[in-house]
Unconditional design. Structure first.
Length: 375
């Protein structure tokens, strides 16, 4: 009998996606692989190693803990912590030798206080050009932060300037406005530090065009083979790296009028066979997919019927018993001529592929391989 649930991650696919994205880069831009949220659910450490081996020069995460976990795995090279850090988290980030993002002088002072004088902390200054989250909207304040790092904090080193695009996947006009707001900040900062590393692009912006590339691009979703525009990854030459599967744990006859699942949402209209699959919202299968999804068994599609529960879902196998206990079930991935992508699931429930793959819970084991061979 197979495992209850399993996410298989093809590291060779990630390596090919890294190479595919790298072919887009212009002007000598480098590639930063974003491996936050446990590598978007794919496993941060093995993904980081695969990305670096395929040519990425940087890694990016969101938290100090994520940076620390990469260092504990003996992963070297620049690691950028992109998220906000509290005073309690700063020592962990500094100990991980992480690059940090700053946008206020008080934070710069706090970083300097936590720094080891013998190992300067590398700092990137963030200008908010339209995302409206982290960073300062005031270019003068951002320049003052950079000046504070350069002129008054010997324990710090100014190495980067950054912004983040809000609509690269859907609104090129707003993206162009953000670029226009970022350009004068970059020009002034280069006077202070000519060799500063400038970066702004996420996956969508990277694939939009060279105007967003600068010195470095920060790619996440595309490296996992998911389309940053939530379309078909194959149309952009991307190869999904993750497959999510389970198996048929039970196959039973439902007579007309009999129900399946919590709340009796499904009633058999005629005699049919119901397959129970031991995976549910505790594993990341969204409840909104109830009666709104299909799975693959034996190269064929079968509808999910009834409620998604914490540990089980049920499918309608039809009037003939077309599946048997132990048969493999594919939720994300390919089975024969059929395939189901994270993007297809996302569109069914009005969300994005990021949420589908990141939502696969930690209780689903990850098996890493390279084109079928153990990694």
């Amino acid at each position: 009998m197979p495992l209850r649930a399993l996410a298989r991650v093809n590291l060779a696919a990630i390596e090919r996606n890294v190479a595919r994205v790298a072919r887009e880069l212009t002007g000598g831009a480098g590639l930063c692989a974003v491996v936050k949220a446990d590598g978007y659910g794919h496993g941060a450490v093995p993904v980081a190693r695969a990305a670096l081996s395929a040519g990425a020069g940087w890694l990016a995460v969101a938290t100090a803990q994520e940076a620390s976990e990469l260092r504990a795995a003996e992963i070297d090279g620049p690691i950028l912590v992109m998220g906000a850090l509290s005073g309690a988290e700063l020592p962990l980030a500094v100990a991980a030798r992480a690059d940090l993002v700053a946008w206020s002088e008080p934070f710069v002072a706090a970083v300097a206080a936590a720094a080891d004088p013998g190992a300067p902390v590398r700092v990137h200054v963030k200008l908010d050009t339209g995302m409206g989250r982290l960073g300062t909207r005031d270019r003068r304040e951002a320049l003052a932060v950079a000046g504070r790092v350069v002129e008054h904090e010997p324990a710090l080193e100014l190495v980067g300037a950054m912004t983040h695009f809000a609509t690269a996947d859907e609104d090129p006009q707003f993206l162009a406005g953000q670029l226009a707001a970022f350009a004068p900040f970059v020009a002034e900062l280069r006077k202070l530090r000519p060799r500063i590393v400038v970066h702004a692009a996420n996956s969508a912006a990277t694939l939009r065009g060279s105007a967003c590339h600068f010195d470095l691009v920060r790619c996440g979703i595309a490296l996992y083979g998911c389309d940053p525009f939530n379309g078909d990854p194959a149309e952009r030459g991307l190869e999904p790296a993750l497959e999510l599967g389970s198996y048929l744990a039970a196959v039973k006859l439902a007579r007309a009028g009999e129900s399946a699942g919590y709340g009796r949402r499904f009633f058999a209209r005629r005699e049919t066979w119901i397959g129970t699959i031991p995976i549910g919202y505790g594993d990341g299968i969204r409840r909104a997919l109830a009666d709104n999804c299909e799975v693959l068994v034996g190269g064929r599609r079968y509808p999910l019927v009834g409620a998604v529960s914490m540990d089980n879902i049920t499918i309608d196998l039809g009037s003939e018993p077309s599946g048997a206990v132990g048969d493999a079930v594919t939720i994300i991935g390919r089975d024969g001529l059929e395939r189901q992508t994270a993007e297809q699931l996302a569109r069914r429930i009005g969300t994005i592929n990021y949420e589908i793959v990141c939502g696969i819970s930690a209780r689903v084991p990850r098996a890493h391989h390279r084109d079928g061979e153990p990694a």
